[in-house]
Design a protein around this ligand. Structure first.
Ligand code: NAP
Length: 253
């Protein structure tokens, strides 16, 4: 592509939270952005924010764990927005429980959305990146990859995202494609709000309690993660690959 051509980015799970902030941020970097979420209508707010600021965006309904839906979503994005060369695998779900109470279905759901979803999206998108001789893949991991009580499924999936990332970096580097992982700590979104509800705390109190354990003494905001993704997806980050960046307001043990 010519240097003046607009790069096309896909952000999954971008109807809200970290995905929405990342889609808006990448649009501000000059990318055309495909906003994927389970429900196409739910993507409209993110798309409107981007277009109101003069950007280009497309709402796409797609379950990232469904092979046929992923294939047609990426084909549609390539046809309507242009060949995608930036992919942010952000879609995620929680199905927390202690091991002895966790159902096989809760295990499978978490594996399917995070790992199978990132695999299917990356496989469908990589051919466009190979053709362009340029690509940027960012996979959302989590501080929970280091282990977290009640999240044996999620911790395993998020640790898996790190191995997945490093392997993509090794396989795809020769095509000009980098793969990196951003591992957030506590970020204020619907996901952490749902956790507060599950443990019976108000969201404000839950955030205040979390902040006391974070060196910078505040919880993260979706934009904190979007900033890190913007760095990894930038043209200037071509020699940074296979890395995991914890964005958690401090180091983790
Ligand atoms: P969120 O507010 O719950 O947003 C996640 C989005 O992903 C939702 O819009 C959800 O749609 C969508 N999604 C779920 N399953 C999907 C599927 N199969 N296909 C397409 N989209 C799907 O979560 P968030 O806090 O922004 O988290 C974003 C990512 O960061 C996740 O991977 C999460 O694990 C990771 N993360 C978050 C935190 C945190 O503190 N918030 C910390 C570490 C890592 P529905 O609403 O329709 O379900």
């Amino acid at each position: 592509m010519s240097t003046t051509e607009q790069r096309v980015a896909i952000v999954t799970g971008a109807a809200r939270g970290i995905g929405a902030a990342t889609a808006v941020r990448l649009a501000a970097e000059g990318r055309a952005v495909a906003v994927i979420d389970l429900d196409e209508d739910a993507c409209k707010d993110t798309v409107e924010k981007i277009t109101a600021a003069g950007g280009r965006a497309l709402a796409v309904g797609c379950d990232v764990s469904d092979e046929a839906q992923v294939t047609s979503a990426v084909e549609r994005i390539a046809a309507e927005l242009g060949a995608p060369t930036i992919l942010v695998n952000n879609a995620g779900v929680l199905r927390d429980n202690l091991l002895f109470k966790m159902s096989a279905s809760d295990w499978d759901t978490v594996m399917n959305v995070h790992l199978r979803g990132a695999f299917l999206m990356s496989r469908a998108s990589q051919k466009h990146m190979v053709d362009a001789g340029f690509g940027r893949i960012v996979n959302l991991s989590s501080s929970s990859a280091l282990g977290n009580r009640g999240q044996v499924n999620y911790a395993a999936a998020k640790a898996g995202m790190q191995g997945f990332t490093k392997t993509l970096a090794k396989e795809l580097g020769k095509f000009g494609i980098t793969a990196n992982s951003v591992a957030p700590g506590f970020i204020a979104t619907e996901m952490t709000k749902a956790t507060a509800e599950r443990v019976g705390m108000g969201f404000e109190d839950f955030q205040a309690a979390a902040a006391t354990q974070i060196p910078v003494q505040r919880v993260g905001q979706p934009e904190d993660i979007a900033n890190a993704v913007a760095f990894f997806t930038g043209d200037a980050a071509g020699f940074v690959s296979g890395q995991v960046l914890y964005v958690a307001g401090g180091p983790l043990n």
